[in-house]
Ligand binder design. Structure first.
Ligand SMILES: Cc1ncc(COP(=O)(O)O)c(C=O)c1O
Length: 473
């Protein structure tokens, strides 16, 4: 029982829970610095842990985005709410150099479940998310590898939007996306459906049978001809999320790992979108390790998004052999956030105890095979990619030319909302010819969906897609 001392419970409730009035909304729209405040207002979940959310205008929407791929346990999961309430009565903040019970328990648990050579590894957390976690990974690389300060990154990659990570991210339509460009060497991601070497048989992230991994050769060449010496680190999403839900073929990752080892380059996996069960395993790294019995684990991995089931957190983990960072090398006021750490610890427990990654695998397979069957009839479905509930559906105008069908994606998302389902979109990619490509739909609901909810997603996908196609005729 919590008893406030400065305000009454009624006063607090009024400020937080009372329904909005139209005047407040109008004032806030004027106060908003960012232009991205959409017309719709989300007011909460339909019930704790639901995959549906409620809007201010009284609608209930099935969420296939998990709100930026964060709510893996559904909106406002009650176990997480309970854990936050308990932790908030213990410690909500301390100097980042103090250990605390929650930090000790989380770090010990995480170290146990990390994949491959990260197991037992070194951990750092922050309260601001993936960009900071990656910056930490870069600092760690720089202190362990004193040769320079350049990193390899990949086309269509997304690694955040602070000024450091923006340069690592695929060029975005904005003024400062080239900031710090001298630190990056960009090469091609193995995007098998659109292979620049014209292998046509690459579907669902599996390469064409006759492919010779030319893209891997390109990485080697880039390293050799790089003018200022060998880069010190290589940052990659093993399965690209924002760039279009593109899993790298396993042979690319094993080859990349070997190239990095031979050139003393530290390999960094950005598992912002793949971590914590989405692929059907706790981490994409583990998915590759167990599906192919090959160890693709990197030297460093970064995590965020679903890590704390809706509470902001970023995590950097490193193989135990790396030297630690000092307080001067990695520090921020809130870099030991107890609420986020409590949520993360309980999230891990829930995912493992209830076999939720296994559910993601099962429901994901149902959705992808439903859409693959549908593609026999609807030729605008060019490629369907998983694994698990990390689903991408790429739309094309013609299955032969594979010309991106941006308009169909836009229409489908719009019609989906009207029909009560919220789908995600890949980020915009600027093509070499100067126009935008944005033709992959993301279906990434909370991992706790049941059979009926999965059927509902399939049904709404089909009807909304057919409606979208007809509206474009
Ligand atoms: C793959 C990937 N990496 C990094 C980030 C950056 O995370 P944050 O927005 O928390 O800084 C994101 C965020 O969308 C992401 O999807």
């Amino acid at each position: 029982m919590i008893n406030p001392i400065f305000l009454t419970k009624e006063e607090i409730d009024r400020l937080i829970k009372n329904p909005l009035n139209e005047e407040e909304i109008l004032i806030c729209r004027k106060n908003h610095l960012l232009t991205n405040a959409r017309e719709h207002i989300i007011v909460g979940s339909t019930e704790p842990g639901s995959i549906y959310f409620k809007t201010h205008d009284g609608r209930e929407i099935l969420d296939c985005t998990s709100q930026a791929w964060v709510y893996n346990l559904g909106h406002n999961n009650p176990d997480i709410s309970y854990a936050l309430s308990i932790q908030s009565q213990e410690v909500t903040h301390s100097w980042s150099y103090f250990l605390s019970p929650i930090r000790i328990r989380l770090f010990n648990r995480l170290a146990e479940i990390l994949p491959g050579k990260l197991k037992g590894g070194k951990i750092s957390v922050n309260n601001s998310g993936g960009s900071w976690a990656l910056e930490c990974a870069m600092r760690l690389t720089m202190v362990n590898n004193k040769r320079g300060d350049q990193f390899i990154v990949f086309r269509r990659g997304y690694h955040g939007s602070n000024l450091t990570m923006m340069g690592a991210t695929q060029r975005l339509p904005m003024r400062f996306s080239g900031y710090g460009r001298e630190h990056w060497v960009r090469t091609l991601f193995p995007y098998c459906y659109r292979c620049p070497w014209h292998y046509k048989g690459g579907f669902s992230g599996v390469r064409d049978k006759s492919c010779n991994l030319e893209c891997l050769e390109l990485v080697r060449e880039k390293i050799e001809i790089f003018p200022t010496g060998t880069p010190i680190g290589c940052i990659i999403e093993p399965m690209q999320g924002p760039g279009g839900q593109i899993p790298a073929p396993v042979e690319f990752l094993t080859g990349l790992k070997e190239i990095c080892e031979n050139n003393k380059i530290l390999l960094i996996y950005d598992e912002a979108q793949t971590g914590f069960g989405r692929t059907g395993k706790m981490f994409a790294t583990e998915w590759y390790n167990s599906n192919y019995n090959l160890d693709v684990s990197p030297d460093i991995m970064t995590l965020t998004k679903a890590a704390a089931a809706g509470v902001p957190i970023g995590i950097t983990v490193a193989t135990p052999k790396l030297r630690q960072l000092t307080e001067f090398e990695e520090h921020s006021t809130f870099s030991s956030p107890p609420l986020a750490m409590a949520a993360c610890l309980i999230n891990i427990e829930i995912l493992l105890k209830n076999k939720i990654p296994e559910n993601a695998d099962k429901q994901g397979k149902k959705i992808t095979s439903f859409i693959k069957d549908l593609s026999e009839e609807i030729t605008e479905i060019g490629d369907v990619r998983g694994p698990g509930l990390f689903i991408g559906v790429e739309f094309v105008k013609d299955p032969e030319t594979r010309e991106p069908f941006n308009e169909l994606l836009e229409k489908l998302v719009h019609i989906g909302w009207k029909n009560g389902i919220f789908f995600g979109e890949q980020m915009q990619i600027m093509s070499t010819a100067g126009y935008f490509i944005q033709n992959t739909l993301k279906i990434k609901p909370p991992l706790i969906i049941n059979d009926n909810e999965t059927d509902k997603i399939c049904e709404l996908f089909e009807t909304s897609l057919k409606e979208a196609i007809n509206s474009l005729k």
